[in-house]
Design a protein around this ligand. Structure first.
Ligand code: GP9
Ligand code: MN
Length: 679
């Protein structure tokens, strides 16, 4: 008997619950539309970007954010609630669209700190438009249509009038907030200390979106950006202390090696080779190499064949910065735009101490990447740029063609040589800049696949041309690199003819990869010329392009070359842009106490730390966001301690380097030293 009563009471309770839920859903339709569409879009964004399909954590976080934000809608009269939900719908949709676009282009997520930086990007014109737009980036807009459609239906059915009679807004708002907070609590209980530390540091953006969902990421980013604006005011003491401790315990001893002072007193011309990746040096089509001049110089000089750029969102400007200072790029925003006025120890400044005249040259306008200010701050005596010093007589892609740029540069350098005993100059190339589409109008380099076969009807041998990379972005990239390589080859000849190579060291670096999609490489590696199609994945010859192979292939060339080829070697040790200052410093006789890189000839095992916390040694590429590594030699093994050691090292370097930038710690240290000396 007792059992029957109990069963009935449970049944009644369930029934009651069902009725409550039914009534709830029936009278909260607009809120529910907002809630579910927001959660679905949050998931969709992750599905289309970081691809963590089955992780409950970020769904919980997205749901909590949508509940808490949605809850405040109840403070508004039902008939007016659409205005509130639609406004948030626009914000959430924009957030998804922008992040999706950003990921399409940079494989990372957008940040409020980039608002200032992105104004720089507008100058790049068609490069942005052509790269940015993909249909899938706009699929989130359905949320807005759903909200309008549901609102329209509800209005037609007199829903708002009915609901206003029963809805006590404040109670609903509070109840919803409580449920939201319970979800927050549940979510927090799933977090590890690493998750929390990464959320506060914010540089591992991919990881944060994977773990916390896009809405929490963006909210956190907003707080981090606001904080970084106020940073110079807050947190100085703790960061300055960490900085002092780091350098107090850092071993800065350097022993001489066979390259010490080999180039002391020689002139330097650095070529910033826009978007040139290392694999192009080994590529050829129909027997014609893509980059024969670079290849030749690599074989005649010191060639660092595992050299990686360490750029962040500041792309070209980040590479210029890291090349010249051996510091990492800023964790939020870009140095050239937001932190150009800090004090840095740089190659131009160090060579100036040895009596060098230092200059930079670029055929874009001087304001791009705030170079007019940033180059001064880096210590260049002069910056030669369009519109000041170059005439636009041939335009390809973004601006003046590299061939014309170099042609016009030679007489300027000749004058510089006349007027100065020693010089250090950096020439920033431009033509090989994404989207590489204009180059087809100037290049006759073919990226097709030509082969011979017997014509079945005539029985004679004939040449067949399969399109291969023609008409693809990677194909255009090869044409573009071929052009840049020709320009470079001609420049070296012209420098020689002008007598400018005799006492000069040429340094060439690719500033970053070309940001090409994996699918472009799939075609390049797996093309079947006979059928003009891509091999099936199960074909034994199929070469997959996975995350690690793609990342490893992002390396760029780094070459140190002299006319008489006194120093020839291929250096296979992994090397990063931040190793340039110490390595050249060893050769030219300068050094920076704040360098994060190393003289490559002085280290046993080098590590390249990327701004997102990933790192690379000659043994392993490790991704901190994926918490996975790839051994470069499958026969080798590494221990967990090895991985932990480099994880910690990377985090420390990124953090200290960022403090130097944000808190202007080099200037502060010099000032306190000066005061101490006076005292
Ligand atoms: C623009 C050029 C390109 O002047 O240096 O910059 P990027 O888009 O590569 O940062
Ligand atoms: Mn660049």
């Amino acid at each position: 008997m007792k059992r029957i009563v109990e069963k009935k009471s449970i049944q009644n309770k369930l029934k009651n619950m069902k009725n409550i839920l039914r009534d709830y859903f029936k009278t909260n339709i607009l809120f529910m539309t907002f809630f579910f569409s927001s959660v679905i879009n949050g998931c969709l964004l992750r599905f289309l970007t970081v691809k963590n399909y089955f992780d409950g954590g970020p769904i919980l976080a997205d749901a909590a954010v949508a509940l808490i934000i949605g809850a405040f809608g109840y403070f508004i009269k039902p008939k007016n609630q659409i205005k509130y939900f639609f406004t948030w719908g626009i914000i959430f949709t924009l957030l998804c669209v922008i992040n999706s676009m950003y990921y399409t282009n940079y494989l990372s997520f957008a940040s409020f700190s980039l608002l200032e930086t992105s104004l720089q990007v507008i100058d790049v014109g068609d490069a942005v438009v052509e790269n940015v737009m993909e249909l899938k980036d706009f699929c989130y807009i359905w949320q807005l249509f759903a909200l309008l459609f549901v609102h329209h239906m509800l209005k037609k059915r007199n829903y708002y009038a009915r609901v206003s009679k029963i809805e006590v807004g404040k109670v609903r708002a509070l109840n919803t907030i409580v449920v939201g907070l319970i979800l927050v609590g549940l979510f927090i209980s799933t977090l590890s200390s690493t998750d929390i530390s990464r959320l506060s540091k914010q540089w591992n953006r991919e990881y944060i979106v994977m773990r916390f969902g896009a809405y929490t990421y963006q909210l956190n980013d907003l707080i981090a950006t606001a904080k970084s604006q106020l940073n110079p005011l807050f947190g100085y003491d703790a960061n300055a202390k960490a900085f002092r401790e780091y350098y107090d315990t850092k071993d800065t001893t350097h022993e001489d090696n066979e390259y010490t002072n080999i180039f002391k007193g020689k002139n330097v011309l650095v070529i910033h080779a826009e978007s040139i990746q290392q694999f192009t040096l080994d590529a050829s089509f129909n027997g014609v190499p893509v980059a024969p001049n670079l290849k030749k110089m690599a074989s005649e000089g010191l060639y660092f064949s595992n050299f990686y750029s360490q750029e962040s969102v500041g792309t070209s400007s980040d590479s210029e910065f890291t090349f010249n200072t051996s510091l990492m790029p800023a964790s939020s925003g870009t140095v050239f735009v937001s932190y150009w006025d800090r004090e840095y120890i740089s190659i131009p400044k160090l060579l100036k101490e040895q009596g060098y005249y230092t200059f930079s040259m670029h055929a874009n306008n001087g304001t791009f990447w705030n170079r007019t200010n940033a180059h001064k701050s880096l210590g260049y005596d002069d910056f030669y740029y369009y519109t000041k010093d170059f005439e636009i007589d041939e335009t390809i892609g973004l601006g003046l063609s590299d061939k014309s740029f170099f042609r016009q540069a030679v007489p300027i350098i000749s004058n510089i040589k006349e007027a100065n005993e020693h010089f250090y100059g950096v020439l920033i190339m431009l033509t090989n800049h994404t989207p590489f589409s204009d180059i087809v109008n100037f290049s006759d380099y073919e990226v097709s696949y030509k082969y011979t076969k017997i014509n079945e009807e005539t029985g004679e041998e004939e040449t067949v041309v399969a399109p291969y990379m023609e008409g693809t972005k990677l194909g255009n990239y090869f044409k573009s690199v071929h052009y840049a390589d020709e320009a470079l080859g001609q420049f070296i000849q012209d420098l020689d003819a002008a007598g400018l190579l005799d006492n000069t060291v040429i340094v060439i670096y690719g500033d970053h990869d070309a940001k090409l999609k994996k699918s472009e490489f799939v075609r390049y590696y797996n093309y079947n010329h006979e059928t003009d199609s891509i091999l099936n994945e199960d074909d034994p010859n199929y070469q997959a392009v996975d995350y690690f192979s793609y990342e490893l292939n992002r390396k760029v060339p780094f070459i140190i070359w002299t006319k008489n080829h006194e120093y020839q070697a291929e250096i296979t040790k992994v090397m990063g842009m931040y190793d340039v200052l110490p390595t050249l410093g060893n050769m030219f006789g300068f050094s920076s106490p704040y360098a994060f890189g190393h003289d490559i000839f002085s280290v046993d095992e080098n590590v390249v730390i990327f701004p997102d916390g990933n790192w690379l040694t000659n043994k392993m590429y490790y991704s901190q966001s994926k918490e996975a590594g790839k051994l470069l030699d499958s026969e080798e093994t590494v221990s967990v301690d090895y991985i932990n050691y480099y994880n910690e090292l990377s985090e420390k370097a990124i953090s200290i380097s960022n403090s130097i930038i944000v808190y202007d710690l080099i200037r502060k240290t010099n000032e306190s030293r000066a005061i101490a000396t006076q005292g």
